[in-house]
Design a protein around this ligand. Structure first.
Ligand SMILES: Nc1ncnc2c1ncn2[C@@H]1O[C@H](COP(=O)(O)OP(=O)(O)OP(=O)(O)O)[C@@H](O)[C@H]1O
Ligand SMILES: [Mg+2]
Length: 476
């Protein structure tokens, strides 16, 4: 694949300096764009890709140093070369400390500049190559990475194995944090396309106006800011797989274009009229209620059917029973090693707490909870105190589920309230069912029934007298 070098961005408030530098760099074959202030530079950086920024340290308005800092945080892969007025060691140190890749002190020889820019161009090329290599290697997604011994997770892994080698379009529907990306990655890695590119696009993260040109590319001059022709990601994905994440967020006009693309792999770049064709396998995912989106006319029904050749529905974590503990142990091991902390296990009461939680953020939430617990825990076993205050977090995540203004149905609101209440009482009583039932003035049996109905998971051997007894090993 040909790798074009994007332009470099030159920032200087002195017109003569800009012209001189532009001439030098253009003479060496670089495409140059200039800005006379940091403000203008930031605007350009927001609209276009640049392989590097050269800025004078002293600018009217925002200074070169401030510009440098902003670029470091917002576009960490774009190196910044600083030009300072006099060679004082302090200024040089400041520039490098703030993250400049290099600095030049005025006056400098054109060759010094050319060399510095050459190094950045080389760096850009290497980064691009690395990214392409990584994309081809598909990273390390495999079935082994998908932890879970519940029936649903086992059949999910089975389905991945069956569907991966085919060219079938796949639609993955599941709540946030249920492992949709993991499934998509495994489908690619277990397919014949594994040695080709695996391109991921998050449709919700790219502004609607840019998504089409990101996907299908654009011709030079197709819109303001389209300085060069750009190939679409679908071209990069040729012979490989493209994963469209958060497809529920795609605009309807683009949905129509995607539908056409799915029919036969043809598309035209934005502003172009030549029909191009690629061979791409498509995997799409969303955490939205797609049926509701269709009924509200936000999502095209025909596109849904076209995508929905094979459907995956990773279940919410709360429906995976003992997998909660299996995953908790998995993440515990991971963080114990990476943080080098001697936390060996999870105390029985903490296990109860993990199992009773509703996990609105699913596996991602569990992973974060375990990371935090390993950081905070001072004893050899994770204790409840190191786990988050789940009631608070659940309320934060669902701020208006029970608010008066919301649209949530009564049944769901009542269930939310009941679930919060029961989990609260259980925790107060250290997960002792009998005591909790007494406090609620219902039978132990009735409490169990309600917990099941509300998906409040209890350990199998949750016992009236000894909630502290070690739990059965999950999956055993
Ligand atoms: N079954 C699993 N085994 C091990 N790790 C998992 C599993 N499911 C999810 N994870 C981990 O949980 C985190 C969230 O998973 P992932 O990003 O795939 O979720 P998602 O469904 O794409 O969420 P979102 O809708 O928010 O994008 C990741 O760190 C992932 O590795
Ligand atoms: Mg995701």
């Amino acid at each position: 694949m040909k790798m074009n070098l994007p332009p470099l961005l030159l920032v200087d408030d002195e017109r003569n300096m800009r012209l001189t530098l532009e001439t030098i760099m253009a003479g060496r074959g670089y495409e140059v764009r200039s800005a006379e202030s940091a403000e203008e530079a930031l605007k350009l950086l927001g609209q276009n890709e640049f392989f590097m920024v050269i800025t004078d340290a002293r600018l009217g308005g925002i200074s070169g140093y401030e510009l440098l800092k902003t670029v470091r945080t917002r576009w960490p892969n774009v190196p910044v070369l600083m030009i300072t007025a006099y060679a004082t060691p302090k200024l040089a140190v400041d520039a490098i400390k703030s993250g400049a890749i290099d600095y030049l002190a005025k006056p400098f020889e054109p060759d010094e500049l050319v060399h510095a820019v050459g190094r950045c161009a080389e760096r850009h090329r290497l980064l691009q190559e690395n990214a392409a290599l990584r994309a081809r290697a598909g990273e390390l997604y495999g079935l082994d990475e998908i932890i879970g011994e519940s029936a649903k997770m086992k059949s999910l892994r089975q389905l991945i194995q069956t569907v991966a080698p085919t060219n079938a379009t796949v639609l993955i529907l599941g709540e946030s944090g249920t492992g949709k990306e993991l499934i998509a990655g495994a489908l690619h890695c277990l397919s014949q396309r594994r040695n080709q590119n695996y391109i991921r696009i998050n449709c919700a993260a790219i502004p609607e106006t840019l998504l089409e040109s990101e996907l299908f590319g654009h011709e030079r001059g197709a819109f303001t800011g389209a300085m060069r022709q750009k190939a679409g990601r679908v071209e990069e994905a040729d012979e490989g797989t493209i994963f469209l994440d958060e497809i529920g967020d795609m605009s309807r006009p683009l949905q129509a274009k995607l539908l056409r693309f799915l029919e036969d792999g043809t598309f035209t770049r934005v502003g172009g009229n030549q029909e191009l064709k690629v061979d791409v396998r498509l995997i799409a995912a969303t955490n939205r209620d797609i049926i509701q989106a269709i009924s509200q006319n936000h999502f095209r029904e025909d596109l849904f059917h076209r995508l929905n050749v094979v459907q995956f529905q990773p279940p919410p974590l709360r429906e995976r029973g003992a997998d909660i503990l299996l995953l908790a142990e998995h993440f515990l091991k991971h963080f114990r090693v990476s943080m080098n902390k001697p936390v060996k296990g999870i105390s029985p009461v903490a296990q109860q707490k993990l199992q009773a939680h509703h996990w609105p953020g699913n596996v991602r939430e569990l992973r974060n909870a375990m990371e935090r617990a390993v950081i905070l825990e001072l004893s050899p076993e994770i204790q409840t105190d190191s786990l988050p205050d789940f009631h608070l977090e659940t309320r934060l995540r669902k701020p208006d589920a029970n608010a008066l203004g919301g649209q949530t149905p009564l049944e769901e609101r009542l269930a939310n309230y009941e679930r919060d209440l029961i989990v609260n009482i259980l925790e107060q009583n250290h997960y002792n069912l009998t005591k909790s039932a007494e406090q609620l003035k219902i039978s132990r049996h009735a409490l169990r029934y309600r917990m099941q109905r509300l998906n409040v998971v209890a350990a199998d051997n949750l016992d009236e007298d000894n909630a502290n007894a070690p739990l059965k090993q999950p999956g055993a």
